[in-house]
Design a protein around this ligand. Structure first.
Ligand SMILES: *[C@@H]1O[C@H](CO)[C@@H](O)[C@H](O)[C@H]1NC(C)=O
Ligand SMILES: *[C@@H]1O[C@H](CO)[C@@H](O)[C@H](O)[C@H]1NC(C)=O
Ligand SMILES: *[C@@H]1O[C@H](CO)[C@@H](O)[C@H](O)[C@H]1NC(C)=O
Ligand SMILES: *[C@@H]1O[C@H](CO)[C@@H](O)[C@H](O)[C@H]1NC(C)=O
Ligand SMILES: *[C@@H]1O[C@H](CO)[C@@H](O)[C@H](O)[C@H]1NC(C)=O
Ligand SMILES: *[C@@H]1O[C@H](CO)[C@@H](O)[C@H](O)[C@H]1NC(C)=O
Length: 394
């Protein structure tokens, strides 16, 4: 459970910014017979922002009492408000599914003047497809990379040259397996792996959910980890609007994941939103409105990305695999101790941030925007020092 409301209020008061004029945002509270106007002081400074992609992943609003709705322009029409608890230390949003919804909703949230996200930890939690060589249904993966695997050229399968292994190849290259020479900037993001270690450490004693249906379906696979009980693991996410399936596309996108990460990334999970969310976040970081080193990406597996050995690809894709319920349940089971851990260790560990891995700033996004930002900061600090020295000499 989360700490008591009183201790949360005390923690939040300690970090709340100086008072700012009341905001035009509509703040309403779910109540049985009235909509009560809350007297939040803006901007709100949540310690944790939980991000879901669609309605079933919102395991938070009721369980954590995130019932103070802040309605913002630009969010998804299906999910028009951000829900916060009574001291706004924990908030939650749902982006809507796929890349376009995810990018627009995340941008709208990050640009809202009702929030100051500069010290907020963003915990993304959604369901995903799973590579059976990396996990199984119900498994929970924490990512280092998100790769936008389907961004490139495609030719219909019936017209693929006889010596190609796939109909997908990267922009500016001439055939599959070659790296791209044209880069859009959203192809690959790298997250803070030191933060990943810290939050995963809170999950050591977690008992993952599983169901008989999921357990029996996974026995059709004759190899591990596909046919083993679900586990928490480290693995990377492939983002694509197209809900791809089958071992050939999975291998092709696994190869593309390798290409974009210089062989350091391992394709494990499929999703439709993550690179879109991260582009909005990198831009926000560049505008000094959030800290990209405070982002965690966790995906829980609801279904296999490919069938078991010799199964028909479409039949396997459409089979009832039993993974949906454990995947939803495990979002809450795994993030709950992480939320508690971040709040409990806020002062000692999280308030000042967790330094990213060496070289991290060179990879956060492929255009190295955060490096330029780092250079700017250094130059700014130098210029401040110079002006102080000049003043002192006068
Ligand atoms: C607040 O938002 C939640 C989640 O979107 C929604 O279910 C609820 O009806 C909203 N409540 C009010 C009072 O607007
Ligand atoms: C409706 O609101 C009033 C005044 O706030 C309160 O006393 C009453 O208990 C509420 N009714 C229900 C059904 O919650
Ligand atoms: C396929 O064949 C063409 C023509 O011989 C050759 O140029 C190309 O390199 C081959 N591609 C692959 C992936 O083997
Ligand atoms: C797993 O979750 C399902 C569905 O939410 C629930 O019915 C079941 O009791 C849970 N099982 C365990 C072992 O926690
Ligand atoms: C993936 O790459 C490996 C190694 O280069 C290659 O053997 C395999 O055919 C590729 N698979 C697909 C589907 O492109
Ligand atoms: C891969 O290597 C290239 C060239 O050295 C570098 O620009 C890029 O940042 C690297 N990508 C990752 C994800 O390490």
């Amino acid at each position: 459970m989360v700490p008591s409301t009183t201790s949360l209020i005390a923690l939040a008061l300690a970090s709340i910014s100086p008072l700012v004029a009341a905001s035009p945002a509509i703040v309403s509270r779910a109540s049985s017979n009235s909509t009560k106007k809350l007297d939040f002081e803006f901007p709100l400074t949540p310690k944790i922002m939980l991000i879901s992609l669609f309605a079933p992943e919102d395991v938070w609003t009721q369980s954590l009492g995130l019932t103070n709705n802040i309605t913002l322009p630009g969010l998804s029409p299906l999910f028009p408000s951000i829900g916060c608890n009574d001291d706004a230390s924990i908030c939650h949003m749902t982006t809507g599914e796929s890349e376009i919804n995810a990018a627009c909703s995340t941008s709208a949230m990050l640009l809202a003047k009702e929030f100051d996200f500069t010290s907020t930890y963003f915990l993304i939690g959604g369901i995903a497809g799973i590579n059976p060589y990396m996990g199984t249904t119900g498994s929970v993966g924490f990512a280092r990379y998100a790769v936008q695997v389907a961004l490139g050229y495609e030719i219909d399968a019936r017209q693929i040259p006889s010596n190609w292994t796939t109909g997908y190849w990267l922009f500016g290259s001439s055939q599959p397996g070659e790296p791209a020479t044209t880069i859009y900037g959203t192809e690959v993001y790298e997250l803070n792996t030191n933060l990943r270690e810290k939050v995963m450490a809170y999950t050591n004693n977690v008992q993952l959910n599983d169901t008989e249906e999921a357990a029996s379906y996974r026995q059709k696979y004759n190899y591990a980890p596909a046919n083993q009980p679900p586990q928490i693991f480290k693995g990377d996410v492939a983002t694509s609007d197209v809900y791809f399936a089958g071992n050939l596309l999975d291998e092709a996108f696994g190869n593309i994941t390798s290409l974009w990460t210089n062989g350091t990334g391992k394709y494990a999970l499929t999703a439709e939103e993550d690179n879109a969310i991260f582009e909005a976040m990198v831009r926000s970081h560049m505008a000094k409105q959030m800290d990209f080193s405070r982002v965690v990406l966790m995906r829980t597996a609801s279904d296999f990305d490919r069938g078991y050995q010799n199964s028909d690809a479409v039949t396997a894709f459409q089979a009832e695999q039993g993974g949906f319920l454990p995947a939803i349940a495990n979002i809450k089971i795994v993030y709950q101790p992480i939320i508690e851990g971040i709040l409990k260790d806020w002062e000692s560990t999280f308030s000042s941030g967790v330094s990213p891995q060496d070289q991290w700033l060179y990879n956060a996004d492929i255009f190295h925007n955060l490096v330029q930002r780092k250079r700017e900061v250094r130059e700014f600090e130098r210029s401040v020092k110079r002006s102080q020295v000049a003043k002192f000499r006068r």
